[in-house]
Design a protein around this ligand. Sequence first.
Ligand code: URA
Length: 195
Amino acid sequence: MQDWTSLKRACADCTHCGLCETRHNVVFGVGVEDADVMLIGEGPGEQEDLTGIPFVGPAGKLLDEMLSIIDLDRTVNCYIANIVKCRPPMNRDPLETEQDACIGYLRSQVALVRPKIIVCLGRIAAQRLMDPKFRITRQHGQWVERNGVWMTAIYHPSALLRDVNKRPETFEDLLSIRDKIRQVGARMDFSGASG
Ligand code: URA
């Protein structure tokens, strides 16, 4: 298994798909590297591409607010990554081929973090990690256990920015994540993050 240093270096130098040609930065991941809770989005947007940090644009600000409701904080007790590490032009959905080229990095991140809980942010992550037929409108908030890891999906924060009517359901989903954190005894009291 790769260690963090070699994984980050491989990712930074990656040319496995065409997204490397238009990226400014590879957006590797951020947070506590042995957190019990991992959140996985779809791919970097403009601000993320410019900074190299996941979820720092408007959706990221909302995500941080959502996480704070259930005492999650990227600097304290969770890790955040994406399905693809480079920005798809015009924020289009990442192509299947781009996801295929990148998914190994995420699998290595999951292997290193060893989370007890994975929260998919939006349809793309849920379809890639939970079920290719996943319907986010119908199945958000549902839980499945895979290889000892509890997995769920919630609406992507960008969807919640576009449609505030989805927020009450997401609030319920957040409470369900908090319950699951308690149920599995996930650690919430880390100090200091890197990445
Ligand atoms: N949307 C994502 O899915 N990931 C990010 O890092 C930013 C926006």
